[in-house]
Design a binder for this molecule. Structure first.
Ligand code: 5GP
Length: 115
């Protein structure tokens, strides 16, 4: 069994977070340490530790994460100016929380993404 993270507690409302969207598949909330004027995390309600643990049965939910990201970008007024979606996997990508999450970043020019 995968070990729960703080994100499971956020989903269950056991620890506070600024939740901007929630449904039966995903939860989205503002990052505690924003790296851009808009920095929101979209996470599945189901615990999946890393992208490597995704299975075919998760594909619908993953597509939903992107749809929700686009909806939130519109809500936040950055759909036309633009935004970036990022998912980190494991050490070299700097993954810190082992419950997959999509970062939605925007509200300024984010520059080029380089390694
Ligand atoms: P990672 O580096 O794993 O891709 O990103 C984890 C993100 O989760 C970081 O941007 C970090 O600021 C955010 N984060 C970690 N703990 C909490 C928390 O308790 N609440 C919120 N809202 N964000 C968190």
């Amino acid at each position: 069994m995968a070990e729960e993270t703080i994100f499971s507690k956020i989903i269950r409302r056991e620890v506070p977070a600024d939740i901007v969207f929630h449904d039966d598949k995903v939860t989205a909330f503002r990052d505690i340490s924003p790296q851009a004027p808009i920095h929101i995390l979209i996470i599945p309600n189901k615990l999946i530790p890393t992208i490597n643990d995704i299975t075919e049965e998760d594909e619908t939910m993953l597509g939903h994460m992107v749809t929700v990201a686009a909806k939130i970008a519109k809500q936040e007024g950055i759909d036309e100016t633009g935004y970036r979606l990022i998912m980190n996997c494991n050490k070299d990508a700097g993954q810190e929380v082992f419950h997959i999450h999509m970062h939605l970043l925007g509200g300024k020019n984010l520059g080029r993404l380089v390694g």
